[in-house]
Design a protein around this ligand. Structure first.
Ligand SMILES: *Cc1c(COP(=O)(O)O)cnc(C)c1O
Length: 395
């Protein structure tokens, strides 16, 4: 896929960079990637240093154990980069995620935090040594107990549904016990669990720090009503990143607010967990999509809503964009563009608007940033358009 590092490049395109432990071909810059690329598809870029920096922010600041929510980006290079940065715990939701994490980072501790699992998935995970599972119903609790032969070493995490808060993507519509069920399920699970916890998700891309406090206050009232003791509290994910048009508060403010809420609501002595997905890897990944055709303000790209741009199309989210030209050119005034993806489906449109230099033309590359979470991970093979090329850029 890449030219070897000979002329006309002044230095090898593929860096022997020892700080890159991702296992990917590594380049110093996006320009180097494009000059060396000989393929015809979009290119997924990972920035391992940015992923490592996000991991350090959480490991140093979050007041508890950091579990990476694997669904945000399961690429082995992301898992390895997080592991080398010190992340030891992974939140998985399927048999394939269990197997993937175990094969890529064999020392990892896995938490199976999907509240609806097949019996085969529970059995396989338990055989693989997983002991932490979530549930939100009596039937799922029963299923886990039956499949594990009423194991006495289970850590059970009750997922509660939250009243709607300020997240861009609410996640309590599908999973989570309501208040009355939660009170009853805590009592029921306490009789079987080695350790018992409560877990929630405030919704992804949560822009209201106070949602975590509301959630913790709500959990407190449920635990009190149940009359049982719990051992852990899992604050879920939801930590936001700065997409254009959104201005989240710095992560440190989230952490200190959560720390104060934990003690205000009497959870200070418990094991605390968090499950960031987006915040660990969104800014550590981007997509390089080539302009195949320009029609006025419409750019036809080789990646789209069936590739890594699902959220740009379906949620009308904006993403930071940059123009890269293979031959250097002065980039002047900008103009608003709309993107079309490569498939023949009319849903394959990203309205943006995306601001790019007005002289963008066929053969230029658009870098669409912040796609390291829920971007690359969502790509399908629809219509024969997809990318199998992921590179590391060591910037
Ligand atoms: C998706 C998900 C996460 C990660 O959420 P982010 O908003 O990406 O941080 C964490 N926990 C569970 C149970 C999830 O489903």
């Amino acid at each position: 896929m890449f030219k070897s590092g000979s002329a006309p490049l002044a230095r090898p395109a593929i860096l022997p960079d020892t700080s890159n432990r991702s296992g990917l071909p590594a380049f110093a810059s996006v320009g180097d990637v494009l000059r060396a690329y000989e393929g015809d598809d979009a290119i997924f870029v990972l920035y391992p240093k940015k992923i490592a920096a996000a991991a350090r922010t959480f490991l140093n600041g979050f007041p508890g154990k950091v579990l990476y929510a694997v669904k945000a980006n399961p690429h082995p290079a992301v898992l390895k980069t997080l592991w080398t940065s010190g992340v030891r715990n992974f939140d998985v939701a399927s048999t394939r995620e269990v197997d993937l994490v175990q094969s890529v980072v064999p020392g990892a501790k896995l938490f199976f935090m999907h509240p609806v699992k097949s019996r085969a998935a529970i059995r396989h995970a338990y055989e693989c040594g997983v002991r932490d599972f979530s549930f939100d119903s009596a039937d799922e609790l029963q299923k886990m107990l039956e499949v594990t032969g009423y194991a006495s070493d289970l850590t059970l995490h009750l997922r509660v549904a939250l009243p709607k808060g300020g997240a861009a993507m609410p996640l309590s519509g599908k999973f989570g016990a309501d208040r009355d069920q939660a009170v009853e399920l805590l009592g029921e699970a306490r009789r079987h669990a080695f350790k018992l916890g409560v877990t929630f998700h405030v919704g992804s891309q949560c822009l209201e720090i106070s949602d975590y406090d509301m959630a913790l206050a709500y959990v407190r009232s449920i635990v009190d009503a149940s009359g049982v003791e719990i051992d852990s509290i899992d604050c879920g994910g939801g930590f936001p990143v700065p997409y254009p048009g959104m201005s989240p508060r710095p992560m440190g403010e989230y952490f200190s607010a959560i720390r104060s809420s934990l003690s205000a609501h009497g959870f200070a002595g418990l094991q605390v967990l968090g499950e960031p997905g987006r915040a660990l890897c969104a800014q550590g990944g981007s997509t390089l999509a080539r302009v195949e055709l320009r029609k006025g303000g419409d750019l036809y790209l080789n990646d789209g809503s069936y590739g890594s741009l699902f959220d740009a199309a379906q949620c009308a989210w904006k993403f930071p964009v940059k123009l890269h030209t293979v031959e250097p050119r002065d980039q002047g005034e900008t103009e608003a563009f709309r993107f079309f993806g490569p498939t023949c489906d009319s849903l394959d449109v990203m309205n943006g608007p995306f601001e790019l230099p007005a002289d963008v033309q066929e053969g230029d590359w658009v870098e669409i940033c912040h796609l390291g979470a829920y971007g690359q991970a969502l790509s399908s093979r629809f219509n024969g358009f997809y990318s199998e090329t992921t590179v590391a850029v060591m910037a």
